[in-house]
Ligand binder design. Structure first.
Ligand code: SF4
Ligand code: SF4
Length: 305
């Protein structure tokens, strides 16, 4: 199955150098507690229901062939287990309370979309960033390779935003076409990584070492999340890992946690931050982590993307 795309964001300035078009792939094996794109996690299409926009008009009740909607005492009841995300109801909802996350595109269509802004890439040193979800863990990597190859052939810079959680062969086949991997490091301790991110980080750290040895362009991106990794000892472990393994990072980006995506969870009938443990780091705290990296010999350290 070809990958699904859940968003194409134009004029992005936080996903790598210059002005970029960011293509978001749907599907991810990780479960970061702070994920601000919960619609990116499932590999399937999903209905997103914005209940605050619903006027209980009943149009979706009448049109759904799978009887996934009902009006009870003037209130819309949606049974997600019956919904096959066919999208029929979306066209009938006058208030745009309904949306399907996930759409098929061909490689040709994505390249065509990207080329519309090629002039801006050239002026700004930008290009295309593939993000997710986890691009490197798509079931159809032929699609991803073909997309990268065609963008590269068009002279468009290709960045890939990745958690690193994928077989190294997937990275190896893209190396000729990818200018920079925006490579996330979240925790160094294996047990903590399992707890907060949902997967073992052995493969992530091994892949980073291999990519560095292969001469890949690398920007290391560290989401800084209060209550999860915003601690000097966590930062120190990352610094030690990068130094000990001679990781050739062109840039370090410290990305302060934000909770902008939390309202998306309700649209998917999910709950955000059940433990209430995640905190937004203060500016001076971010500055102190930046200073730590600089004191240990990293010169291109930025707060933000
Ligand atoms: S997407 Fe299709 S199956 Fe799901 S509620 Fe709408 S019409 Fe019913
Ligand atoms: S069609 Fe839209 S506004 Fe009407 S009941 Fe369904 S979700 Fe609510």
């Amino acid at each position: 199955m070809d990958p699904l795309i859940f968003n194409i964001q134009k004029f992005s300035t936080h996903d790598g150098d210059g002005v970029r078009t960011t293509i978001f792939f749907k599907g991810c094996p990780l479960r970061c507690r702070w994920c601000h794109n919960p619609e990116s996690q499932s590999y399937q299409k999903e209905m997103v229901l914005y209940r605050h926009k619903c006027t209980a008009c009943g149009a979706c009740v009448a049109k759904c062939p799978h009887h996934a909607n009902a009006l009870v005492d003037g209130e819309l009841i949606f049974d997600r287990s019956k919904c096959v995300a066919c999208g029929i109801c979306v066209d009938w909802c006058a208030t745009e309370a309904r949306e399907i996350a996930g759409k098929e595109y061909t490689v040709k269509e994505l390249v065509k979309e990207a080329k519309k802004d090629q002039m801006f890439y050239e002026q700004s040193g930008g290009g295309v960033t593939l993000s997710g979800g986890e691009v490197m863990a798509m079931k159809n990597m032929d699609f991803v390779e073909d997309l990268c190859r065609q963008l590269h052939r068009e002279g468009i810079s290709v960045f890939i935003d990745t958690s690193g959680f994928a077989p190294y062969e997937n990275f190896e086949r893209l190396l000729p076409y990818v200018d920079v991997f925006l490579y996330d490091i979240k925790r160094i301790d294996r047990e903590d990584h399992l707890e907060y991110i949902g997967v073992d980080n052995t493969m992530i750290l091994e892949n980073l070492i291999k990519l560095s040895e292969a001469g890949a362009g690398l920007y290391i991106r560290i989401p800084v999340v209060g209550g999860i990794n915003a601690k000097p000892q966590c930062m120190m472990k990352m610094i030690n890992f990068l130094k000990h393994n001679h990781i050739n990072a062109r840039q370090i980006n410290l990305l302060p946690y934000h909770d902008i995506g939390k309202n998306k969870y309700a649209g998917l009938d999910r709950t955000y931050d059940e433990q209430g443990a995640m905190l937004i780091p203060e500016n001076d705290e971010m500055e102190s982590y930046k200073a730590m990296f600089e004191q240990h010999g990293f010169h291109n350290v930025k707060i933000g993307g």
